[in-house]
Design a protein around this ligand. Sequence first.
Ligand code: 6PG
Length: 246
Amino acid sequence: MAPLVDVRVCADATDLAWRVAEDGAAILVGAIRANGRCSLALSGGSTPRALYSRWASAFADRIPWPRVHVFWGDERFVPPDDPRSNYRLARETLLDHVPCSPENIHPMPTTVSTPDLAASRYETVLREHFAGGGPRFDLVLLGLGDDGHTASLFPRAAALDEHARWVVPTTAPADPRSRLTLTLPPLNAAAHVFFLVAGAGKADVLPRVLDRQADVRRYPAAGIQPDGDLVWWVDRDAAARYQTGI
Ligand code: 6PG
């Protein structure tokens, strides 16, 4: 019997950000208490912005930021100061406001000559961080595109069939087309995965992704079936059709 999906419906995007900030902080603090550090993979997109701002303000003193290693689940292959950069989003809303150790912030290297070289370099960073063992993020944050993508795993992408490499270059249907993404294995090896989904624009795709029969090649987010905990944090607008079961 497939495990029940843990979908937590929040009143709105603000409520979602507060609840994810609390539960995410508890995971990070618990991992640091157990292991002396934690490994966090951030998402891009617009939804996590409110979460990052809350972590930077109300949680600046509640999370031992010097012990947090920050990674990214995907990145646009643009310079780090490009307005489309996921690294820039996180730096502006979170990392410039909390005392992370600079050596513990691990952006995907988007200034090297090619996306493939960047992916290989990042994979080396990850393998060294996880000391030659398997990737074991304590918390991975993910968004959901209205086409069912997550990270930069887009429908029918070759990256969905990649089971050896942890990081690969991909091509997005929208600008900027050149992307880097973690593949399904490192995402699914995480101890905790949080999806953050808000807005009426996600109401149609959410039930399709959560359908147990979902085709991962059509709805890549359905391929996120982690060994650890998976929580879908959704606001009421995004859950409108899922709740009614239409
Ligand atoms: C990116 C993200 C992408 C995002 C979804 C949802 O680089 O854009 O990794 O997967 O999470 O597209 O984006 P929104 O949160 O803006 O809806």
